[in-house]
Design a protein around this ligand. Sequence first.
Ligand code: AHM
Ligand code: MG
Length: 335
Amino acid sequence: MSIVTLSEFIMERQADFPYASGDLSRLLADIGIASKIINHKVNKAGLQDILGAVGTTNIQGETQMKLDVFADNALINAIKWGGQVCGIGSEENDRYFAFDSEVHRKSKYVILFDPLDGSSNIDVNVSIGTIFSIFRRKSSIGDLANVNDFLQSGAEQVAAGYVIYGSSTMLVYTTGHGVNGFTLEPSIGEFCLSHENMQIPADGKIFSVNEGNLYACSSGVREYIDWCKQTDKKSGRPYSGRYIGSLVADFHRNLIKGGIYLYPGTKSSPQGKLRLMYEANPLAFIVEQAGGSATDGQQRIMDIKPKDLHQRTPLIIGSKNMVGKVLELIAAENI
Ligand code: AHM
Ligand code: MG
């Protein structure tokens, strides 16, 4: 059996971009390296005295866990050292970084990431993840990166992906030519191609939502969840409710098995909880590349014009027909 490593695959696929200079390939490889470092630390989390809050709070007012900070630093260092981006935006930092060296000013890309999503699950041993999104810069090569390089709509992403630190560690990414998944083989320390050309089933039997918020959601979303629970032999309902509360893990399962994840707006938080730039956009790019859909209930996630680096958005993402059904019920709300 021949093994294809992440680096081999990235190099092989560089031919997908006829005029590419290899910068994007190197950037993806740097993310692979950072995620191995994060994986190593996450796996040791139960053994070391590294749990608990650092004591600082991030821009969203959430208490940071030590591993969030570690993951953030690991990614920033690996990516900055690689020199393929002129700037970085991270969910953990209120402002973006624009790198001032000559090498960085000449680079073509910016990256945004959520270094460790679902980090409130670390101390209960539940899967967590890293999510990233890459854009081509808007400003001129040679300039310092500015906010407009980051505030691009999802449709302009050139690559996106996630790493799930679960029962095994996987890296899944797209550059707009399908979705491929790599499993970390610990004995050789390499991500190996394990899920080639991933496709999400058009229909699924899993719905993932925090039902505790349901009374505060719009009637269309409530009706959809009711519909999922009704018996209908033909369509295989009732569906199964599966909610880990760790976006990458819920998304990854639904991508493979077919399903839908919803984090809608509520009365007190009309924009929901999740961040457009760090969570919704990259996963939307992946799900669309795998044949699924992602919407905020009114429009395609990747069409949203961002105004703020940290803005939130409602997110309904997964199997195409399931997302379509929710949209049908939301549209009927206004009639
Ligand atoms: P985080 O970025 O602070 O970790 O928050 C995002 C997480 C997602 O992973 C998860 O799907 C969601 O928050 C769960 O939220 P809730 O506990 O409100 O259901
Ligand atoms: Mg997050």
